[in-house]
Design a protein around this ligand. Sequence first.
Ligand code: JEE
Length: 274
Amino acid sequence: MRIDVVSIFPDYLAPLQLSLIGKARQDGLLDLTVHDLRDFTTDRHRTVDDTPYGGGAGMVMKPEPWAQALASVAAARPASADTAGTSGKPVLIVPSPAGERFTQAAAHELAAEEQLVFACGRYEGIDERVMEWAGEHFTVRPMSLGDYVLNGGEVAVLAMVEAIGRLLPGVVGNPESLVEESHSDGLLEYPVYTKPSSWRDREVPAVLLSGNHGKIAQWRRHEQYRRTAERRPDLLAAFDAGALTRADRTAFTDLGYDVVAGRLRRRPDAGDRE
Ligand code: JEE
């Protein structure tokens, strides 16, 4: 996969040289280049921003440097782009608080592409006409990391490239962990423990030392239910409760949920017993 990142702070993307993604680059699985947007300006001050039409706070990124930068990376297609890939055009990801949510499903989609380009905005964002124009050369996807406000797109790109990069064949050392992820049922994960079995008067749950793999699997499942009900009850609406064992159904009953037509339903007044 080829990835181009355009930013006025190329040094912010330095962590991409490290760890998992750095290893993927060294192994030739990922061809990643960071470009300085200011190299595509033509004025003496290398200006990338201007005041917003219509008024308001802050500055907006000018369209001309972005068009120069994006045309340049669009022209440099990977050799593989003609044969493989899904969309033909490279995908342009524009991090934005107003984007569609970047999810694990989006990471999987993007990991199947031949070329990704990330446009890191700053200030109040990029002149909207850039995204319109870019549609001629790219599949444009404005994407948000989550519902909070960052100062620019760089930190979002670090997260997105790491999430996409670890899905590329050969990047994650242990493909078993990816298989386990895809069977995760949409629940939060169970807690994990390692040696020593007793640490500062805290014991590892005895069931994990029992050697009884059936009981361990059930305990872990029930811990997933408990955590998800506590921290992310929104996820339980999509949970398929149609084929639960008796013990699994009881675990949910104890957490204040009934099973109705294969779906979990919060029992009225269940909050009283928490
Ligand atoms: C890209 C510039 C900063 C700050 C104004 C804020 C008014 C842009 N999950 C995510 N959060 N934030 C980003 C992100 C932030 C960015 C840029 C991504 C480029 N900024 C910026 C303030 C505002 N609005 C929301 O309320 C309305 C706009 C991001 C991602 N991905």
